[in-house]
Design a protein around this ligand. Structure first.
Ligand SMILES: *Cc1c(COP(=O)(O)O)cnc(C)c1O
Length: 465
C-alpha cells in the first residue's frame, strides 16, 4: 500500500483521494476531474492547504469549530483520557467520569428545566433519538396515537433516515425513500424569498399559523412535536421575522405539543448567548446539540431533555442507544471545550464585540449591486444574490448557478464562504477578531466583485420571469 503523507505532491493526493474516498454531499465524478483542495493543518481561524495557502475559514469547518483551531488543551485532554479509559459504555448499569461531568455541565448551562442529557455521536443521531423519544413519551402518557412530528421545508436536521426525514430538503428526500411516515413539513419563514407583498411582520405570523393549521388538520390527538432550528443554518441562514417565534411558542403551548429546538448550530455561543433559544426567547422541551459542543474536536452530540419529559421516559426502559453514546474521549474533549468557552468569555466576546462588529460590516455589503439582502444573528450571516435587488428577483439561471460562481471566487480569494442555492453564508469561529473580520469582509467583497463580472460576462444577470 502507498504510504500517504503530507509531503506528497497535491496532484498525487488528489488522485488517491478520488480513487477511494467518497465525499459526502458531492458529485464525486465531477470533483475527481478538478481535484479536492487538501487541507493539512489549521490554527485560530486559518486553514493551510497542501500548497501552503492560508485560507480564512468563514464556516468554522461545518459550523462547529467555535473555539477556533489548534487548542492544545483539547489535544492534551484527549490523550490523557485515552490513556486512562479510552472507551466504556453506559448501557449496562455502568457510567464513567467524563459522561457524568459533561451531563452535569450541560444541565448547568442549559436554560429552564432542561436538566437531562441523552448522548449521541452527532446531530443526526441525536435527532433520531428525538423522534423515538417524543413518540415514546406520548405512548407512556397513554396517547400512542400522537406520532406526527411537524417540521419545516428547507430545514436541516441531519442526514440519517430519521433526521433526514425531519429535515425538509427536497434533494435529500428524492433519494433513498425519505421521509419516513408521520413527518409533516410546513412552509419556512423566509420573507425575502417567499414573502411577496406582505410585510415581514405579517409574514412571520402567517408562517407560524401554518403550524396551527397543520395541528388542526392532523388533529391535536395525533401530533407529538414540532421541531425547528432557531435560525435555519444549512437552509441558507434564514432569520425568521421578529413576530415568528412568539407565535410558534403560543401555538405549542396552546395545543401542548412538544417543542424540539435543534440547537446543533446555534448552541454554545453562536448567537451571542449559550443557546439560540435564549437569544430568540424560545422555551424548548428538548434541545438537539452537537457541533459546537466539542468545537468539532471530537464527534459528540445529544438531546437535552426537560424534567417533565425525562420523568416520563425514565418510567420505562427506553430501548435506544449508541455504542458511542457519551464516549469518554469525546465527552472529556467537550468538557474542556466548554471550560474554554466559559473561562475565556467567548460567548460574551460574540455578544459584545464580534457580532456587533460583523453585523455592521456585513450589512455594509448590501450596497453591492449583486446583493439583495443581508441577514445576521450573532456570528451566523447570509446574503442573497440577485440580478435585480429592487424587485427581490431570482435568477433566470438554474438556482445555485450564481451561488456556485460566487463560492468559487471566494475560495480562489482564500475565504471559505458557502453557497446555499443563491445565498452566501458564513459562520466563522467565535474567537474571530475585528482585524480578521475586516479581512473576511475584504475577501467577501472581492468574491462578489468577481462573481458579478463573471455573471455579467456570461449573460447570467437575467431575472427569472
Ligand atoms: C449539522 C446539523 C445536524 C446534523 O449533525 P451531524 O453531526 O452532521 O449528524 C443537525 N441539525 C442541524 C441544525 C445541523 O446543522
Amino acid at each position: 500500500m502507498t504510504q500517504i503523507t503530507n509531503h506528497m505532491p497535491t496532484a498525487e493526493l488528489q488522485a488517491l483521494d478520488a480513487a477511494h474516498h467518497m465525499h459526502p454531499f458531492t458529485a464525486n465524478a465531477d470533483l475527481a476531474k478538478k481535484g479536492a483542495r487538501v487541507i493539512t493543518r489549521a490554527k485560530g481561524v486559518f486553514l493551510t492547504d497542501s500548497e501552503g495557502e492560508e485560507i480564512l475559514d468563514g464556516m468554522a469547518g461545518l459550523w462547529c469549530v467555535n473555539i477556533g483551531y489548534g487548542r492544545e488543551e483539547l489535544a492534551d485532554v484527549a490523550a490523557r483520557q485515552m490513556r486512562e479509559l479510552p472507551y466504556y459504555n453506559t448501557f449496562f448499569q455502568t457510567t464513567h467520569i467524563p459522561a457524568i461531568a459533561l451531563a452535569n455541565k450541560i444541565a448547568e448551562l442549559a436554560p429552564g428545566d432542561l436538566n437531562h442529557v441523552f448522548f449521541a455521536a452527532g446531530g443526526s443521531e441525536a435527532n433520531d433519538t428525538n423522534i423515538r423519544l417524543v413518540r415514546t413519551y406520548w405512548a407512556e402518557k397513554g396517547k400512542p396515537e400522537k406520532t406526527v412530528i411537524i417540521s419545516r421545508k428547507n430545514a436541516y436536521h441531519g442526514s440519517s433516515v430519521g433526521s433526514g426525514s425531519l429535515g425538509g430538503m427536497v434533494g435529500m428526500h428524492a433519494q433513498g425513500g425519505m421521509p419516513i411516515p408521520d413527518i409533516h413539513h410546513i412552509e419556512q419563514p423566509y420573507w425575502w424569498g417567499e414573502g411577496g407583498e406582505t410585510s415581514p411582520e405579517e409574514f412571520g405570523i402567517a408562517r407560524a399559523r401554518l403550524l396551527e393549521e397543520a395541528i388542526l388538520e392532523h388533529g391535536e390527538d395525533r401530533v407529538a412535536a414540532f421541531i425547528a432550528e432557531p435560525v435555519q443554518g444549512a437552509g441558507g441562514v434564514i432569520v425568521a421575522p421578529e413576530t415568528y417565534w412568539a407565535e410558534i411558542q403560543r401555538i405549542c403551548d396552546k395545543y401542548e405539543i412538544l417543542l424540539i429546538v435543534d440547537e446543533v448550530i446555534t448552541g454554545f455561543g453562536r448567537t451571542g448567548n449559550w443557546f439560540g433559544s435564549q437569544t430568540l426567547n424560545i422555551r424548548p422541551d428538548i434541545m438537539t446539540i452537537a457541533k459546537g459542543l466539542s468545537s468539532g474536536y471530537a464527534p459528540i452530540g445529544g438531546s437535552i431533555v426537560s424534567d417533565e419529559v425525562a420523568n416520563v421516559i425514565d418510567g420505562t426502559e427506553f430501548a435506544h442507544g449508541y455504542t458511542y453514546s457519551g464516549h469518554p474521549v469525546a465527552a472529556a474533549v467537550a468538557l474542556e471545550n466548554l471550560r474554554i468557552l466559559e473561562e475565556e468569555g467567548i460567548v460574551d466576546h460574540v455578544r459584545d464585540v464580534a457580532a456587533p462588529y460583523l453585523a455592521e460590516k456585513w450589512h455594509g455589503l448590501a450596497d453591492h449591486p449583486l446583493v439583495g439582502e443581508t441577514s445576521i444573528v450573532g456570528l451566523m450571516a447570509s446574503l442573497a444574490l440577485t440580478p435585480d435587488k429592487n424587485a427581490r428577483a431570482k435568477f433566470a439561471a438554474e438556482p445555485g448557478t450564481a451561488g456556485l460562481i460566487c463560492r468559487e471566487h471566494s475560495f480562489a480569494n482564500n475565504l471559505v464562504m458557502r453557497h446555499v442555492g443563491d445565498r452566501m453564508v458564513i459562520a466563522p469561529p467565535l474567537v474571530i477578531t475585528e482585524g480578521e473580520i475586516d479581512l473576511l469582509i475584504e475577501r467577501a467583497r472581492k468574491a462578489l466583485d468577481g462573481a458579478l463580472a463573471e455573471l455579467t460576462d456570461k449573460g447570467l444577470m437575467q431575472a427569472a420571469a
